[in-house]
Design a protein around this ligand. Structure first.
Ligand code: FMN
Ligand code: SF4
Ligand code: SF4
Length: 435
């Protein structure tokens, strides 16, 4: 049995699976049920000042689906908690008292004034919660009021508010970042400069999920009108992974603890986030899609995989892939691959031929000697992987590294590593070599 125990900012939990701040963590009833199913920790649904905000009473969610109707993306126009502050605080205090072995961080969002932050921090401290997460990410509703991503998109504000919070509390401060920026390193650096103990990311991606073409209104539609909302779920995982990796490998933020969020649905997603530097993961959409019991599969799957691979602790996984994330210019241009089709697995659907013929390099046959047959023409194949991406049969097409003469270029493939920085076609490389 692998040891799944996790430690994030000194908060010890039985596993690295936390629920993100959202409806699953909006009240004691939910959080207790979540802990009963095995979740390691929760970030409580974002608290604000009284009087509480008011949510719409019509549809607040939208979704995208794959052909099997499985949810691929999720969208919401919900705001922060709409329950009174005092009720939330009492429940948080009780839950923390009753579940001391689980993590409980409280998400916060108040107007951008030092006194407001100081006041709410004082009240959260009295609950004995393990820490606070500053919600600088919500892209809808609250941002128009100068909060959420309106703060998260301005590094100076992030630094300022984080600094206030560090001055006004003894609790660890996590800064939750919005992905609605061009370069995630700027807000992450600002959080660090302000003294943040950790960052968590991502919050939701600004979006209109669909348009109803009968009523001509964005969805979800409230009395004929719609508004932009926050996109999450499996579709945003690639965006989140990239941003986590950028922070993990940036010399200015390297080492800051990261809580990875965005599309975590199965144990493998969590491993990917941890491999790119996250200490733990937070989950929202998967719980909202499948219920709290999904955590059981996450725990069992992670455990089985670690056992199979011989990993005993999470620390053996965390950050493992970070050294292998690089910039394009450092990729090995002498690494040459060709597609290979397993004729025993091929169902002769022809999709690989069509896409390679129409949009890639005309490197897959449709017929050979008048017979329907799909085979790679090495002298045309650039190794792009498009056919692998569209083939409906898993592992039917694989990429194989070749050495010797490349049949496409008819040139010998150097057996050394060579990248763009020194390539003869790179004008800068030529200039530098001449200097
Ligand atoms: C309905 C809904 C409400 C949310 N409310 C909050 C919130 O109050 N505070 C917050 O920081 N994030 C909120 N989020 C964002 C999630 O915490 C999380 O960052 C995002 O959904 C990405 O994770 P996922 O792909 O696992 O859903 C909300 C998300 C959803 C779907
Ligand atoms: S790897 Fe690209 S170029 Fe090669 S056969 Fe597949 S689609 Fe065509
Ligand atoms: S896409 Fe896959 S299954 Fe279809 S013809 Fe090509 S190799 Fe065969």
């Amino acid at each position: 049995m692998a040891d799944l125990r996790s430690e994030f900012l000194g908060i010890r939990t039985p596993n690295p699976f936390w629920l993100a701040s959202a409806p699953p963590t909006d009240k004691e009833y939910n959080v207790v049920r979540a802990f009963q199913q095995g979740w390691g920790g929760v970030v409580w649904k974002t608290l604000g000042e009284d009087p509480p905000i008011v949510n719409v009473s019509g549809p607040r969610y939208g979704a995208t689906w794959g052909p099997d109707r499985r949810l691929t993306g999720f969208n919401n126009i919900e705001l922060i908690t709409d329950r009174p502050l005092e009720i939330n605080l009492q429940e948080i205090k009780r839950v923390k008292r009753d579940w001391p072995d689980r993590g409980l961080i409280v998400s916060l969002m108040v107007p951008c004034e030092e006194a407001n932050w100081a006041a709410i921090l004082k009240r959260v401290e009295e609950t004995e919660a393990d820490g606070v997460e500053l919600n600088f990410g919500c892209p809808h509703g609250m941002s128009e009021r100068g909060m959420g991503s309106a703060v998260g998109q301005v590094p100076e504000y992030i630094e300022m508010v984080t600094r206030w919070c560090k001055q006004h509390t003894r609790m660890p401060v996590v800064v939750k970042l919005t992905p609605n920026v061009t370069d995630i390193r700027a807000p992450a650096r600002a959080a660090k400069a302000g003294g943040a103990d950790a960052v968590s990311l991502v919050n939701t991606v600004n979006s209109i999920i669909a348009v109803d073409i009968d009523t001509w209104a964005p969805q979800p539609t409230i009395d004929g009108k719609g508004t932009h909302g926050g996109y999450c779920g499996p579709a945003i995982k690639p965006i989140a992974l990239h941003m986590v990796a950028e922070i993990a490998r940036d010399p200015q933020t390297r080492g800051i603890p990261i809580s990875g969020i965005g599309g975590v649905t199965v144990w493998r997603d969590a491993v990917e986030f941890m491999a790119l530097g996250a200490t733990n993961v937070q989950v929202c959409t998967a719980a909202m899609t499948y219920g709290f019991k999904v955590v059981k599969e996450m725990i069992a799957g992670l455990n089985d995989w670690m056992d199979e691979k011989g990993y005993t602790r999470l620390s053996e996984i965390i950050g493992r892939a970070v050294p292998n994330v690089t910039d394009w210019q450092y990729l090995n241009l002498n690494y040459v691959t060709k597609a290979r089709i397993d004729q025993d697995l091929c169902i002769k659907c022809g999709r690989c031929h069509v896409v390679c013929e129409d949009t890639s390099h005309q490197a897959i046959t449709a017929t050979v000697n008048g017979v329907r047959h799909f085979e790679v023409i090495d002298s045309e194949c650039v190794g792009c992987n498009l056919c692998v991406s569209v083939c409906p049969v898993e592992n039917c097409i694989t990429m194989e590294r070749i050495t010797g003469i490349d049949p496409r270029t008819r040139e010998p493939i150097p057996d050394t590593y060579g990248n763009w920085t020194t390539h003869p076609n790179n004008p800068n490389a030529i200039r530098e070599a001449a200097e």
